[in-house]
Design a protein around this ligand. Structure first.
Ligand SMILES: NC(=O)c1ccc[n+]([C@@H]2O[C@H](COP(=O)([O-])OP(=O)(O)OC[C@H]3O[C@@H](n4cnc5c(N)ncnc54)[C@H](OP(=O)(O)O)[C@@H]3O)[C@@H](O)[C@H]2O)c1
Length: 300
């Protein structure tokens, strides 16, 4: 059975990868915490901080996975602007190390990147568009892509956009932030000028599985297929769940004072994934159909 080691397995994408891969793969889930958020005999769990070179080296030499999927990252975009060193250590240096060790032990490396590597002048972007990151997080993620490419190993760089979903003890992603505030009747301000292609975490995990099974190598966009601004997404969420839309005030990015500059028209074109491995992401409505039963249970 193909052996897959997943980093950041307690994060949103990491959790979905574990669930998606354990049917057909020998899964070794790793995360910083002592324990996995799931207790299951169906996969192995080992604690791993990807910034600890010795730990990473020893575990990979021991496990020798056929595939490493790196779902660990410092994902706080504004945090990266302030804590640059922490961001670089987790998002670049650790990826360089993974790539070097992957070469030594003969593993394929799947790494996850972002539409924030672009400047947002003319998204959505295809895989060949020229990156020009505006914020430190985007710069670091672009540097991590280059670290993977330069090692001469078999790799997949899966670029994605605004990942959302329900998971166990996950950080508040944009969908959960909308859902909780709207449900509680809290007024929110949401930008009308930041466009992305929001991605259900389950679809991203499924797309990564399909890419691997198809033997794909290189960069590929794996995101949702709808090009939406954040306000449009908020209105769709309110409408779907019957929440009061009047709670949502449309604003523009310059009214927000975010630490990190956001690309305004970002988002990704997914034609390559659709054509190469028949990737079919859910619409936001289909995603909400899927998430509804879990919203109470996982957020309790
Ligand atoms: N979320 C988005 O909107 C978005 C958009 C585009 C691309 N991406 C990319 O998608 C990937 C998955 O992100 P996600 O949405 O699943 O975010 P997430 O829920 O924040 O998951 C990231 C996980 O990485 C872990 N991590 C951070 N530093 C680590 C370290 N040194 N060693 C081990 N684990 C570490 C985090 O643990 P802690 O909680 O302990 O820090 C967290 O569990 C990342 O590469 C991200 O850059 C995300």
């Amino acid at each position: 059975m193909t052996r897959v080691l997943i980093t950041g397995a307690n994060g949103l994408l990491g959790q979905k990868l574990v669930i998606t891969f354990l049917e057909d793969f020998d899964v070794i889930a790793t995360a910083r915490e002592e324990r996995s958020v799931f207790q299951s005999p169906r996969f192995t769990y080992r604690p791993l901080d990807i910034t600890n070179y010795r730990q990473v080296h020893d575990l990979l030499e021991d496990v020798r996975p056929d595939v490493i999927i790196n779902a660990a990252a410092y994902t706080n975009v504004d945090g990266c602007e302030v804590e640059k060193e922490t961001c670089w250590r987790a998002n670049v240096k650790a990826v360089e190390n993974l790539a070097v060790i992957a070469r030594r032990i003969g593993s394929k490396l799947v790494h996850v990147s972002t539409d924030y590597i672009f400047d947002g002048q003319n998204g959505p972007y295809d895989e060949d568009a020229r990156p020009n990151p505006l914020c430190y997080y985007g710069k670091a993620k672009l540097a991590s892509e280059n670290a993977v490419k330069k090692e001469g190993i078999p790799y997949i760089i899966a670029r994605t956009s605004v990942v959302y979903g329900v998971g166990r003890q996950v950080k508040k992603n944009f969908f959960l932030w909308l859902y909780e505030n709207l449900k509680n009747g809290t007024p929110i301000r949401v930008v009308t000028d930041q466009y992305n292609t929001p991605t259900l975490a389950e679809d991203l995990a499924e797309g990564i599985l399909q890419a691997l099974q198809s033997g794909y190598e290189g960069v590929v966009n794996i995101s949702g297929g709808e090009f939406l601004n954040r306000y449009e997404m908020a209105v769709q969420v309110a409408t779907y769940f019957g929440f009061n839309k009047e709670q949502i005030t449309p604003i523009t990015t310059d009214q927000l004072n975010q630490k990190a500059t956001r690309p305004l028209k970002a988002g990704l074109k997914i034609d390559r994934a659709v054509q190469t491995f028949q990737f079919r992401p859910r619409t936001l409505t289909q995603a909400m159909d899927m998430m509804t039963p879990y919203l109470q249970e996982e957020m309790a």
